[in-house]
Design a binder for this molecule. Structure first.
Ligand SMILES: *Cc1c(COP(=O)(O)O)cnc(C)c1O
Length: 526
């Protein structure tokens, strides 16, 4: 939620102005500690500075002190500087100059700028005219009391805004760079990002592409997957994992999951490969394990089972990017791996995107060709059927600073998860918090809990304005889109049981201390 703070309130805080200071500071602190995005309008900067200087001057005179103006000005700058570390500057636009037909141009200007913060924004002020004129304007008293009555509680399921606040300067600069150099397709930022990605994941090649789904599709195309081929995967995942197999005319063969990690169960994989060889005419070709909710699958065992039957292994790390398996990063755990830059994934862009990782030079070359219509040595020589599967330069430019921040964000996700796991203690509801085997680290794309009374819990949390989501309510073998595969209820009992009981809590590196405290308290008191 966006909150614009009026100049008066800022002056109260910066100069400890009585009798307003306590209320103004309380409102500001509540907003800050509870994940609101606090804005100050740059158009009011001059007023702000001028008024703070004169307030400080006034109070020193009242105290009978003689302080030189330069010292007072320095004090004013200091107080604004420290405040500006936890606020956002709302930039003035040219439309803000066109305000002189209004009887109060200053208020008119502020309201115009405020309008750009969107529907849900609030304007904290103690200006009576503003409070009367604008229904989104709220006094400090009202803000505090509404907040305490939970009316203003706002816990995002995934907080993309907090990251944007941290990176705004860098993001804006990157956007302008691209607008100026104009290489919109496969521009220099694509190469820069791919280089950074190979370094981060620890692989030879990183090939960015149009989405996490196309990232899965292209290696299958490179392996020549088609009708008559069987590709093994989990039914407890996002549709894209299995969809790409069907899209190429091959057959997804589902393998049930482990009840504690929710990832593909290697023992059942062995059985499934055996069964396909014995009972069908399908050729077993490959396995797509998924690093669900951020937790890598059991790769050492899966790779050795795959090797016995000469199958490729494609790691779907759309959620797992940032996860670790025995000191190795997700994205480097199989013959080829993919991730997604969908905004809500651990490393998210501001649009669609994905990447493919591999150490295999020959495969990388094919993927680069597939990404641009199966190009050969030049653009208009087409050596195979491919796609328009490129990642946008603009998105790549935005991902570069996001990747820079990513290691820090992973640590914060880990802290949020630990806090949940250590403090969620509701024995009557028999909640099962995530299980992380000791040789693994999760990227915490989601924090997912199993509970018998899921619907009741979700309803109760909703009443407290705490959002939850179910990933995934229907396992893929029961999806209408896969009815042609002939599966029935009961075929994958663990996936079905988990689908009925699972739900996810708000998770983001920027979930505030106060917010997780509320969530834990509400859950424990059910
Ligand atoms: C999101 C997701 C995908 C697809 O990624 P898009 O970028 O949305 O195409 C594939 N697999 C899994 C496991 C995912 O979570």
């Amino acid at each position: 939620m966006n909150v614009l703070i009026d100049t008066d309130i800022i002056i109260d805080i910066c100069t400890k102005r009585q009798p307003y200071f306590t209320k103004s500071d309380t409102a500001y602190t509540l907003a800050k500690d509870n994940g609101y995005r606090i804005w100050i309008y740059t158009g009011s900067l001059q007023t702000l500075y001028f008024e703070i200087v004169s307030e400080i001057k006034k109070s020193t005179i009242n105290l009978g002190k003689q302080i030189p103006l330069s010292k007072i000005k320095k004090q004013a700058r200091e107080s604004l500087r420290s405040l500006s570390q936890s606020i956002n500057w709302l930039a003035a636009l040219s439309e803000d100059g066109d305000v002189f037909s209004d009887s109060n141009p200053i208020i008119c200007q502020l309201v115009k700028a405020f309008g750009r913060l969107g529907e849900n924004a609030l304007l904290i002020t103690r200006n009576d005219e503003l409070l009367k004129k604008n229904e989104k304007a709220i006094s400090t008293e009202n803000f505090i009391s509404k907040f305490k009555s939970k009316e203003l509680r706002s816990i995002p399921f995934i907080d993309l805004a907090a990251q944007q606040d941290l990176l705004r300067d860098g993001l804006e600069r990157k956007i302008h760079n691209v607008l100026h150099h104009g290489q919109y397709i496969l521009g220099p930022e694509i190469r820069e990002l791919e280089k950074e990605l190979t370094r981060y994941v620890g692989v030879k090649h990183a090939i960015t592409c149009s989405s996490g789904t196309d990232a899965l599709l292209m290696p299958l195309m490179a392996f020549g997957i088609g009708p008559g081929d069987a590709v093994f995967t989990t039914p407890f995942t996002f549709i894209a994992t299995a969809e790409v197999i069907s899209l190429l005319g091959a057959t997804p063969v589902f393998v049930d999951i482990d009840s504690r990690t929710f990832n593909l169960d290697p023992e059942k994989l062995r059985e499934a490969i055996h069964r396909v060889k014995k009972d069908t005419n399908l050729r077993p070709r490959g396995v797509i394990p998924v690093d669900l909710f951020g937790l890598p699958a059991e790769y050492d065992i899966i790779m050795s089972i795959a090797e016995e039957s000469q199958l490729f292994v494609l790691e779907d790390a759309a959620q797992g990017f940032g996860g670790v398996y025995k000191q190795r990063k997700a994205g480097s755990l199989a013959h080829v791996a993919t991730t997604s830059f969908f905004p809500a994934k651990p490393l998210g862009a501001y649009g669609d995107g994905g990447a493919i990782f591999t150490d295999d030079d020959g495969l990388a070359e094919k993927l680069i060709s597939l990404r641009v219509h199966g190009k050969g040595s030049h653009k208009y020589e087409n050596v195979r059927i491919g796609l328009n599967g490129r990642f946008d330069t603009l998105q790549a430019a935005l991902l570069i600073p996001k990747l820079g921040l990513f290691p820090e964000e992973l640590k914060k996700r880990q802290q949020v998860a630990e806090k949940y796991t250590q403090n969620i203690k509701n024995t009557s509801l028999k909640l099962q918090c995530p299980f992380i085997p000791s040789h693994l680290k999760s990227a915490w794309a989601q924090y997912s809990i199993l509970a018998d009374r899921r619907n009741f819990i979700q309803e109760e949390l909703k009443k407290e304005r705490i959002p939850t989501v179910v990933y995934y309510p229907t396992p893929l073998h029961l999806q209408p889109a896969f009815s042609n595969l002939g599966y029935a209820e009961g075929d994958f009992p663990v996936s079905e049981m988990v689908s009925r009981r699972i739900f996810s809590l708000p998770m983001s590196p920027y979930l505030q201390e106060e917010q997780s405290k509320i969530i834990i308290e509400v859950l424990n008191n059910l």
